[in-house]
Design a protein around this ligand. Structure first.
Ligand code: PLP
Length: 451
């Protein structure tokens, strides 16, 4: 697109007329026309700057326009832009070594797809291929989760997007478990008196379902509210999966790559999953790439069993180069430690919002990964909206607040009743202050409707 012939109005009109906006009715869609991005900012076609307070879809962890990643992609594209995946290249071996240096040590063989969805589709197939002789086909996942948009991954998904897709687009054999969401405990209990009832319930499900072969969970739930499991939960779940010979998959599509202040969220509890899936930050979104990493036991199984899976674009050379360069940037810039440090600062600033605004029900954060959950009533925790409002296109309080923030030049990701704050890991304290201050002003909208 040349700037001179495509003005803002034309880009918007042609986009709307000929391309789909996703997860929405097409009619009311009015996409922002963006021109460029740099560091923690992106700029619309009129030149207005927006602070990227959510790394777009919680994926641009390195920030925008990182020249080392761009140059690595450029060099690879010039040398070899594509080769079919049963051949290999330097960049694939380099990436495998870089991955081994940051992933939990038991994960030693990697499948590369192009999206988080595909990473989880591959995980489901791997579980079912591995368990083909035992018939343990069922998979447990959590209700308030998102794992992707196609058949297996939308069935794994626990949030309302699954309900919409059922029964026509899903797969059989997925059963959902109550999540460790302490602010809205499914059992109405309080930690630690609850004795981790939600973890024990997983064991109850395994016993009663009979043929459970896998369990998938986001170790820190992303889109559905940055839900951080209470102490002891992850260890207990790992114990239960081991005792019952259930393959544990941790979906780190969003929680990986420094987001929580560790390379991967599982590192907070020193959990070694049997399979780890990830995407987004693996290239910091400079290229569509995902990873399904398997434990030695599973990789050995496929030494003499057919690995019945693959794509034309798997292990794409430009993706291999982008991911290697991105991992080297996380290391060079010490971004994992930085996320931990800046996360403390962000958390302190968000706690101030909880104190000041009656509409703020809960604030949760770990590293540079935070949610601010708003409520109409703090006592009853009644939300302003439910998922039905979202599906049926009614205006959400969170969206009204986010629009107000956009006017002030701050972009933040919203879900039904909360904001997901997840800025690029390079963000400074001053930039955090600017984002929090825009939210501070805009939250008055919700305060005025508190009951
Ligand atoms: N898993 C998790 C935890 C996610 O947050 C997402 C996307 O947000 C996905 C899977 C799906 O990834 P993608 O949108 O790349 O298909």
């Amino acid at each position: 697109i040349q700037g001179s012939t495509y003005d803002r109005e034309r880009v918007s009109r042609v986009t709307k007329e000929h391309t789909y906006g996703t997860w929405r009715k097409q009619g009311p869609w009015n996409p922002l026309v963006v021109e460029r991005a740099e560091g923690v900012y992106f700029y619309d076609k009129d030149g207005k700057a927006y602070l990227d307070f959510s790394s777009q879809l919680m994926c641009s962890n390195l920030g925008h326009s990182n020249s080392n990643v761009i140059e690595a992609m450029h060099r690879q594209a010039e040398k070899l832009a594509y080769i079919q995946p049963s051949y290999t290249i330097d960049a694939r071996a380099e990436l495998a070594e870089e991955l081994s240096s940051v992933l939990p040590g038991n994960l030693d063989r990697f499948f590369f797809g192009t999206s988080g969805t595909e990473a989880n589709e591959a995980a489901v197939k791997i579980i079912r291929m591995y368990n083909s002789s035992s018939g343990k086909v069922k998979i447990i996942s959590m209700y308030n989760s998102y794992h992707g948009s196609t058949a297996a991954s939308i069935s794994l998904t626990g949030d309302f997007r699954r309900i919409q897709a059922e029964p026509d687009f899903g797969i059989n054999g997925v059963v959902h478990a109550p999540p460790p969401y302490c602010y809205r405990c499914p059992f109405g209990l309080k930690y630690p008196d609850c004795g981790l009832a939600c973890a024990d319930y997983i064991e109850y499900m395994i016993k009663n379902e009979g043929n459970v072969g896998g369990l998938i969970m986001e170790p820190v739930t992303g889109t559905n509210g940055v839900v951080i499991p209470p102490p002891g939960y992850m260890e207990r779940v790992r114990e239960i999966t081991e005792e019952n010979d259930v393959i544990m998959v941790t979906d780190e599509v969003m929680s990986g790559w420094g987001r929580t202040g560790e390379w991967f969220a599982v590192d907070h509890w020193n959990i070694k999953p049997d399979i780890l899936t990830t995407a987004k930050g693996i290239t910091s979104a400079y290229f569509p790439l995902s990873l399904t990493a398997t434990d030695r036991r599973i990789s050995e199984y496929f030494e003499d069993h057919y690995f019945a899976h693959g794509h034309t674009y798997e292990a794409h050379p430009v993706g291999m180069a982008a991911a290697t360069a991105a991992i080297r940037e996380y290391k060079r810039l010490n971004l994992i430690e930085r996320a931990r440090e800046m996360g403390k600062y962000l958390s302190g600033r968000l706690e101030e919002l909880r104190e000041r605004h009656p509409s703020v029900g809960d604030v949760r954060s770990i590293g540079l990964f935070a949610a601010v959950e708003i409520v109409r009533n703090r006592e009853t925790r009644e939300p302003f909206n439910t998922y039905r409002d979202k599906v049926e296109g009614r205006p959400l309080m969170t969206d009204r607040i986010a629009s107000e923030m956009m006017k002030k030049g701050v972009y933040v990701n919203t879900w039904v009743s909360h904001f997901v704050i997840a800025p690029p890991l390079i963000i400074t304290k001053e930039e955090i202050d600017a984002g929090v201050s825009a939210m501070d002003d805009a939250l008055r909208l919700a305060d005025s409707e508190v009951k």
